[in-house]
Design a protein around this ligand. Sequence first.
Ligand SMILES: Cc1cc2nc3c(=O)[nH]c(=O)nc-3n(C[C@H](O)[C@H](O)[C@H](O)COP(=O)(O)OP(=O)(O)OC[C@H]3O[C@@H](n4cnc5c(N)ncnc54)[C@H](O)[C@@H]3O)c2cc1C
Length: 373
Amino acid sequence: MPALTRELGQRADEHDREGTFPFEGVDLVHGAGLLTATVAARHGGPGAGLADTVRVLGALGAGDPAVALVTAMTLFIHAAEARTPGWPSAAYTGLLAESVAGPALVNALRVEPELGSPVRGGLPATTARRDGGDWVLTGRKIYSTGAVGLSRMLVFARTDEDPVRTGAFVVRAQSPGLTVEPTWDHVGLRASRSDDVVLDGVRVPKDDVIGLAEAGATPGARPDAVTGAWNALGLTALYLGVAGAARDWLTGFLHERVPTSLGAPLATLPRFQTAVGEIETALTGANTLVSALAAGVDAGDEEAAKQTGTAKVIGTRAAIGAVEQALSLTGNHGLTRANPLQRHYRDVLCSRVHTPQDDSVLIAAGRSALGLG
Ligand SMILES: Cc1cc2nc3c(=O)[nH]c(=O)nc-3n(C[C@H](O)[C@H](O)[C@H](O)COP(=O)(O)OP(=O)(O)OC[C@H]3O[C@@H](n4cnc5c(N)ncnc54)[C@H](O)[C@@H]3O)c2cc1C
């Protein structure tokens, strides 16, 4: 893993600057066998659990978080299929065959311009209409990570039936009627190319849909606590990896920088030693929490799964706080584009945006503590 982290890190700055998708980084992860780490043993995969996955995502996040994010999505989808099979058998077998030949990235496209994230409720505008043996999909998805490099897109859509059903339609890349619009021009995770995907009459075989069911009150909610736990802990680990890379750059800088007024490296000053100690303490605490809960989830501990939203709040706050502190300690050096700290800061700010967002975790924790259910 350290070698892979280093290799990914070598081009992370270039991809961030140019806003280009790191195809060669994805190749490296595929070459290391990590893109299929969570494929179930019954499908011939290693069946890695969440504890292994958080270690992998932390290491990839430290190298290039864009590669880590698209890897995370692929690993989560294989892991969900390992736990509760939902894919049509032929579609999943086809994906696995492709995963042997080369990188086969998969991601869920859920967010839309009007809907925002479906996790809080609401029906998607993207509509699937039956035509003979196919579904025909029309709509627009935003924030579609790695869209240009995906093999399959799990498009969250509604049917035009009465009653309405929703599900994740398995759309193949290069399907006629599918366009990736390069709209992603973010401050952080620039290389993730989380672009818009426009579906204009895209055909999907009628059986290639996962979880097609009548839409309830929140049809896009995470289906179960364990799926939520994988998402929360996996992404927290990824951004703790970013913060770890920032810490490593900071410690190197403090050893190298010898101001004339001091005549010795900044690392010799107690002020900096204490500040690095604070960063180290915050990151160690957060990483330990993430690892422990991940092991608990693997062991089937339901309480551990329930605490993962709180761990995301604690972990992402620790990650953002650590990089912010590193910036304040390094003055102008941290803000210059020649150094990676500003990139780590922009990247780590994305951590809050992913589901679950802080407000929903905190209100649930508060209500529970107040005995309000
Ligand atoms: C780098 C990156 C990559 C991503 N990749 C993907 C991807 O591949 N696929 C995908 O599906 N998603 C992806 N997302 C989307 C992400 O996970 C969120 O679901 C999405 O950004 C949420 O929308 P929003 O908060 O940005 O905007 P909005 O939903 O418009 O919300 C704006 C603000 O209002 C708040 N808000 C919205 N609705 C409510 C409500 N009902 N009650 C209270 N507060 C509310 C939100 O918390 C937010 O602060 C990605 C995000 C990032 C940062």
